[in-house]
Design a protein around this ligand. Sequence first.
Ligand code: PLP
Length: 370
Amino acid sequence: MYNELNTSTRILMGPGPSDAHPRVLKAMSTPLIGHLDPEFVTIMDEVKTMVQDTFITKNHLTFVVSAPGSAGMETCLVNLLEPGDDAIICINGVFGGRMADIAERCGANVYKIEKEWGTVVTPEDVKKALEKCPKPKLLALVHAETSTGALQPLKEISDLVHNAGGLLMVDAVTSYCGVELKVDEWGVDAIYTGTQKCLSAPPGLSPVSFSDRAVKALENRKTKVQSWFLDLSLVKNYWGGAKRAYHHTAPVSSVYALRESLRIVLEEGLENRWKRHQEVHQVLKSKLEALGFKYLVEEPYRLPNLNSVFLPEGNDEGLIRSKLLNEYNIEVGGGLGAFAGKIWRVGIMGESCTLNHVNMLVSALEDMKE
Ligand code: PLP
């Protein structure tokens, strides 16, 4: 016999998932209804509008992929790229690398802009890449690189890509609802995010949005999208068609949770939410620095919601991290890829972005020192 599910009550301060608001957990336990029930269709319409509001876009093709952030990434790339297309992919951490891998699997000619981890891509880097690849179908980059804690400026790069006739594709998994993000104003053509970071909903869904320019590129495809599940020409009839047609069975309870988390974001207001993340970050930063931690990323490219820090000399990061989890119920993230075993990634995202969270972490660290 298996025991009834009974997990520890963790304080989530890693790279995601973050703590979920009780209202979100309660929404998940709402009784199921059919995924084509008119009431569920209304819920989908509301979710779509709230995703548009939080991306700050009027993009008609805005919806939610029924799978995690990586599927949102794949949705953008497999729909926009055809074999033989040129694509510029910026890599300054794990997730840029993942985008390049997918773009290659699409049969695109991938031109990589590779930057040291912890730094960002500059307009000069993009100008140089455009000399080698003057007519890219798209340039893709990560707004908030979760493996390093770097925040990528987008506006200037957006202008450069558009002047070259290409589309700008952005990974907003860790930035969405935590730092300033303005899809229409910044000219982002394809964007995807996840639910488990600053939105504070459970993992497993990926809101995405495509500009009219990107939709035109979809309409002009010469070949079929190689993925049936992610092919937007099929999915869009389910999320936005005049008459909803069955495509797949939507994860009803997860959509309930997403709806509630979006309501919470809009009640707080995006600007207030960005400000809260910045203010709590400043407190966390001064406390961590007082304990001897050093930031990986230089200002002004430091993400407020994902703090990548080197531990003070002589500390075993794995040992302290597992003590934090096992003895204090606090989760922080270890390093990824090149930074595995070297840094911590301390997340203060959404519901996990409070002074209370900062105090719990810092008190636990001080307690361990005694
Ligand atoms: N992109 C970034 C920047 C991420 O941080 C993550 C996940 O941490 C992903 C993509 C992939 O999202 P998921 O793990 O939900 O598939």
